[in-house]
Design a protein around this ligand. Structure first.
Ligand SMILES: C[S@@+](CC[C@H](N)C(=O)[O-])C[C@H]1O[C@@H](n2cnc3c(N)ncnc32)[C@H](O)[C@@H]1O
Length: 246
């Protein structure tokens, strides 16, 4: 169901931390927070799509001043209810266009959330918005999957990403428009629930072009937060663009 909280309304927010439990593990969050804390240094950090604070809260515990933007009050309510939730400032709004006071040393958009912007224009706007928030020399970090089209034979549009007892997930691709959608079926006590969410998949080189349009330049691209090299076999990337100093 879509309401003013977008696709992250009350029912999704209530089960978000549990359904994304593997993303909350120390081995996943720790390296991300390590990279972001290093990039933030003694500056401020801006998280686009801050959600329930999976990354913002541990980053704030490292002593970084973190501000978040999110459309969903339901998600932000969960952040607020957690220990340290008051330490993270949040602005409710669309991160493609919402302005926050002040400038930031680092802005970040993780867990594929750039794809929640379902048009190229909105993704371009997001880069421009971030560039306007960065201090000279500041960095923008995105974590996102590489479009999984190599798993898509001609004539097929669905790619399963989860097939296990009680949980099924598949992505539907439209290669003509770069739109995709994820579909989730969960079976609990013999009853199935279904949800779906639309995305726009985006290529690494396309992100670099969006960055250039916003006056940013690629500094690093890794396979993940532990800074392994990005290769032709990489299924995801962590990319860092810089706003020129001066
Ligand atoms: C997959 S969750 C990620 C939350 C958090 N960053 C994390 O890593 O756990 C995506 C979040 O982005 C928010 N979101 C999606 N599109 C948005 C938009 N256009 N503007 C602001 N927030 C948005 C959702 O409400 C949700 O909280």
């Amino acid at each position: 169901m879509v309401d003013e909280d977008g696709y992250f309304g009350e029912s999704v927010a209530a089960s978000y931390d549990e359904s994304a439990a593997e993303m909350f593990e120390d081995g996943v969050v720790g390296p991300a927070v390590g990279v972001l804390a290093e990039l933030a240094g003694d500056g401020r950090a801006l998280e686009l799509g801050v959600g329930t604070g999976r990354v913002a809260l541990p980053l704030a515990r490292r002593g970084v001043e973190v501000h978040g933007i999110d459309l969903s009050r339901a998600m932000v309510d969960r952040l607020r209810a957690k220990p340290g939730g008051d330490a993270v400032g949040v602005t409710i709004g669309d991160f493609a266009t919402t302005r926050v006071d002040g400038t930031f040393r680092v802005a970040y958009l993780v867990f594929n959330t750039i794809m929640n912007l379902t048009s190229q224009d909105a993704q371009v706007d997001c880069f421009r918005n971030v560039a306007g928030h960065l201090e000279p020399g500041g960095r923008f970090v995105i974590e996102v999957g590489v479009p999984d089209l190599r798993r898509l034979p001609p004539g097929q549009s669905a790619v399963p990403f989860r097939v296990e007892e009680g949980r099924l997930g598949f992505d539907l691709y439209d290669v003509a428009t770069q739109s995709m959608s994820s579909h989730h079926v969960r079976v609990t006590d013999g009853r199935a629930t279904y949800s779906s969410i639309p995305f726009r998949y985006v290529w690494p080189a396309e992100l670099d072009l969006m960055a250039r349009l916003a006056g940013l330049r690629l500094r690093s691209r890794w396979d993940g937060w532990t800074r392994e090299p990005f290769t032709s076999d990489s299924r995801q990337h962590v990319s860092v663009w810089e706003k020129p100093a001066g």
